[in-house]
Design a protein around this ligand. Structure first.
Ligand SMILES: Nc1ncnc2c1ncn2[C@@H]1O[C@H](COP(=O)(O)OP(=O)(O)OP(=O)(O)O)[C@@H](O)[C@H]1O
Length: 234
């Protein structure tokens, strides 16, 4: 059985800085399989966010192709891409990005409403998700009434709401204290172990790197090391 979730071939993203082309992502090949818990690391400006945005279909590469679950997202129309993202990819951002006027429950539920899931199924899934993130007692709280760590856990529930094929997390612990970061990592790790949810996150955080099963290092837009391709000593 083919377990490939992400297959990026020769992808590049080029920005012009004062008319000089800068490769934010330079000829990257990346293959991710179901169940991975992978960290993308590298110095500031090495291309981590750009690469995640390309894989998530938030931005298009200038060269190369990206296949998600067998479908080439670089050939989709803008509307097809929006629909594809909604059904297949969960996003977690550094700054949580919850909608301030909605409750925690509504922030998660609206993704399911967009997908046309009926009320009964939405309620069931909300119950399961809030149980998984340990916030069943905060359903009616607005983001401003939650700590940063709690908001990020709601963001994880929102990312999971559509039962995506994988979750992309851009520096998910960057704004969290140690305890909240560990708590978030425990939740993501459990989802990975028990439900085989695939995670790809960019990070500078050693705690995240220590928990990752695979670490990919980017420098100047290129992959310079990948623990999955290192030959282990016999
Ligand atoms: N919209 C843009 N326009 C022009 N240049 C950009 C744009 N986005 C990113 N870049 C450039 O692309 C390169 C990679 O940036 P990117 O944000 O992907 O790096 P990063 O590894 O995520 O950095 P950080 O760890 O600081 O978040 C940098 O040189 C950056 O200045």
């Amino acid at each position: 059985m083919d377990n490939t979730v992400i297959d990026a071939h020769n992808i590049s993203k080029i920005y012009n800085k004062e008319n000089i082309p800068v490769y934010a992502v330079n000829n990257v090949h990346l293959h991710v399989e179901k169940g991975e818990f992978t960290a993308l690391v590298g110095p500031s400006g090495s291309g981590k966010t750009t690469l995640l945005n390309l894989i998530g279909g938030l931005d298009l590469p200038d060269e190369g192709s990206i296949t998600i679950n067998g479908e080439d997202i670089t050939r989709m129309s803008p509307n097809e891409l929006i629909d594809f993202r909604l059904k297949n990819i969960g996003f977690v951002f550094q700054s949580f990005n919850l909608i301030p006027v909605l409750t925690a429950k509504e922030n998660v539920e609206f993704i399911m409403q967009l997908q046309g899931i009926d009320l009964g199924k939405r309620e069931q899934r909300i119950h399961v998700l809030f149980d998984q993130i340990g916030l069943s007692d905060k359903l009616e709280s607005r983001p401003s009434q939650l700590s940063g760590g709690q908001q990020q856990r709601v963001a994880v529930a929102r990312a999971l709401a559509s039962k995506p094929k994988f979750i992309l997390a851009d520096e998910p612990t960057a704004n969290l204290d140690s305890q909240s970061a560990n708590n978030l990592l425990d939740i993501m790790y459990k989802l990975n172990q028990e439900e085989h949810m695939t995670f790809l996150f960019s990070t500078h955080d050693q705690r995240v790197i220590d928990r990752a099963k695979r670490v990919i290092t980017l420098v100047d837009g290129r992959i310079v090391s990948d623990t999955a391709s290192q030959i282990l000593p016999a």
